[in-house]
Design a protein around this ligand. Structure first.
Ligand SMILES: NC(=O)C1=CN([C@@H]2O[C@H](COP(=O)(O)OP(=O)(O)OC[C@H]3O[C@@H](n4cnc5c(N)ncnc54)[C@H](O)[C@@H]3O)[C@@H](O)[C@H]2O)[C@@H](O)CC1
Ligand SMILES: Nc1ncnc2c1ncn2[C@@H]1O[C@H](COP(=O)(O)OP(=O)(O)O)[C@@H](O)[C@H]1O
Ligand SMILES: [K+]
Length: 508
């Protein structure tokens, strides 16, 4: 399991830290990076005899590759270096690394060699790191295509070549690593969109630097330590009134299930009482699976809760719109999801009311909903998920969860988080409704917005991850299976506040 509560920096932040420490760093950062990569490579090559292949590029990422190659050669291991660029055009540090490699007797091949009969022990991508500027094409694209077709472990140095370290977009083509050794701090593009598919297991090497000490981070990884202080073991002397009233509003004809899923999630996350307000007159009077839910007509439910989650299956007709307006004018803490967001996207008057609202509020759009809210395309949202999430948070002056692989949590003050729990089993209908219910249930219990959103999003993904360990999914995982797993994990966390591997450093 990865360390947690790590700061995350876009490339500009990493550059700032590098520039601050590089002039005095001894050993130099590139020496540290190359050595750290070699150490990780040794771990990956246990029981894998034969030579390793390192493909070096025209910048400092290539320099890391040369340092790594030198370490292996000095350790007596056969290493083959492919390097297609002109050594005289390498940046200063990379040129030093190249010279040290050739001075030690190392050679470079100007094209990728055929694999040896037994295959490569390891294939290392040191082509491009955080300096990638444009889509990869031509010779480097051909190299990456060939490297991706090789069997066995594939390691990227710092960032898989072709992956944008800021956004997680593939620029042209990208190396598909099974492992990525990354330096100084995590980068957002590794953790969202196509990043996780291309990075494989990420190993962070801080190179003996305290990134947050150099440059206070705006972005952090979500981990239990962020919110555990808000989740307490229950006292013996408690009653349902201590754990809040959550209201779910939605369930127009044909979509009652969405509201029920949210209601079940709110119960399982511990809300004292859960009311489900349905728009469908002919909706069920009782949830046979979860009879604890108090089902009523939507317009009668709104007054019942200290937290209201509105949107699952809400529809977009006049009744839905009127309910949303009432919710926006209530003093309850609000979760806005699904059709509540679509209504905001299509009705400027409602959007204005949302912006002006003072009580705490969180919006939980998937990329399509985010696009409607900002009046741009889904592709534009996904092109820079962090920027989109921050723009929405600023626009609505509220917390935003931009969902998807690597969900972003953004705050209006520009602080953000990325969540790393969850899996593709969650790419199925109703999963968002469960998150809405979890947030409603946690907010009803009095967690503040920061804690509730971090806890809800992390728990949501962790529950799906637990189901995977039981062989449930990813294919065919159902949203209705999540709430029981949420309950199990939440109780485990509360009983063992800092489970092994989740006890990283605290931060502001
Ligand atoms: N600056 C430093 O001292 C350190 C840098 N480090 C390494 O250096 C990397 C960053 O180095 P650089 O800033 O030199 O950048 P990169 O090595 O990532 O790439 C920059 C080079 O690639 C070229 N380039 C960019 N996109 C291209 C494309 N699509 N097709 C063809 N050529 C392209 C640029 O013109 C430049 O020559 C980090 O990711 C890390 O691996 C580490 O050694 C830590 C210390
Ligand atoms: N591949 C994935 N990896 C991680 N989380 C995912 C993935 N696919 C979906 N999710 C999560 O599942 C939920 C899906 O929500 P949403 O798209 O609103 O679904 P629905 O509207 O059908 O309920 C979000 O929380 C999202 O982050
Ligand atoms: K790389």
């Amino acid at each position: 399991m990865h360390n947690c509560c790590q700061p995350i920096y876009p490339v500009a932040g990493i550059r700032t830290i590098e520039h601050a420490v590089m002039p005095t760093a001894q050993p130099p950062l590139m020496e540290r990076a190359g050595r750290a990569s070699a150490e990780e490579a040794v771990r990956l090559m246990i029981d894998r005899p034969g030579p390793l292949l390192i493909a070096c590029g025209p910048g400092n990422n290539g320099g890391d590759g040369f340092v790594m190659a030198r370490h292996f050669m000095q350790a007596g291991r056969e290493v083959v270096v492919a390097f297609a660029s002109n050594p005289d055009q390498l940046p200063v540090d990379a040129h030093k690394a190249y010279t040290a490699w050739t001075d030690a007797g190392g050679q470079t091949l100007s094209d990728l060699p055929a694999p040896p009969p037994g295959g490569w022990a390891l294939v290392v991508d040191a082509l491009f790191g955080i300096g990638l500027r444009r889509p990869i094409e031509g010779r480097y694209a051909d190299w990456i295509r060939s490297l991706n077709a090789l069997p066995g472990p594939r390691m990227s140095i710092d960032v898989p070549s072709g992956l944008c370290a800021d956004t997680g977009r593939v620029l042209g083509i990208a190396f598909e690593a099974t492992h990525t050794v990354t330096f100084i701090a995590l980068k957002p593009g590794q953790l969202t969109l196509d990043g996780p598919d291309h990075c494989g297991e990420i190993v962070l090497k801080r190179l003996d630097l305290d990134a947050n000490g150099q440059l206070p981070a705006q972005g952090w990884e979500v981990c239990t330590k962020l919110f555990m202080h808000a989740l307490h073991p229950r006292k013996l002397n408690t009653h349902k009134g201590n754990f809040g009233d959550a209201v779910i509003v939605g369930g127009a004809p044909g979509m009652c299930g969405a509201a029920l899923l949210a209601g079940r999630a709110a119960l399982r996350v511990g809300a004292g009482r859960v009311f489900v307000g349905l728009l469908d007159d002919r909706g069920p009077a009782v949830d046979q699976v979860q009879p604890e839910l108090m089902i009523r007509r939507a317009e009668h439910a709104l007054a019942d809760g200290n937290a209201i989650a509105i949107g699952p299956g809400l529809g977009r007709d006049a009744a839905a719109s009127a309910l949303l307006e009432r919710a926006l004018h209530s003093s309850a803490t609000l979760v806005l999801d699904a059709d509540a967001l679509n209504l905001l996207g299509s009705d400027p008057r409602l959007a204005q009311q949302a912006r002006e609202r003072e009580a705490p509020m969180v919006l939980t759009p998937h990329p399509g909903e985010a696009a409607r809210l900002l009046g741009i395309s889904t592709d534009e949202i996904q092109a820079d998920r962090l920027k989109s999430a921050l723009a929405l948070a600023r626009h609505f002056d509220s917390h935003v969860v931009l969902k998807g692989c690597g969900s972003f949590i953004a705050r209006p003050d520009g602080q953000w988080r990325i969540n790393r729990t969850g899996n593709p089993g969650m790419a199925s209908a109703g999963m968002g409704d469960v998150l809405t219910g979890l947030l409603g249930g946690l907010l009803a219990q009095g967690l503040n917005m920061d804690d509730a959103v971090a806890a809800g999003v992390h728990l949501h993904g962790a529950a799906a991850d637990l189901l995977l360990t039981r062989g449930i999914g990813p294919i065919g995982m159902g949203a209705a299976e999540l709430p029981d797993a949420v309950r199990q994990i939440l109780n485990q966390w509360v009983a063992t506040p800092h489970p092994p591997g989740r006890g990283g450093p605290a931060h502001p």
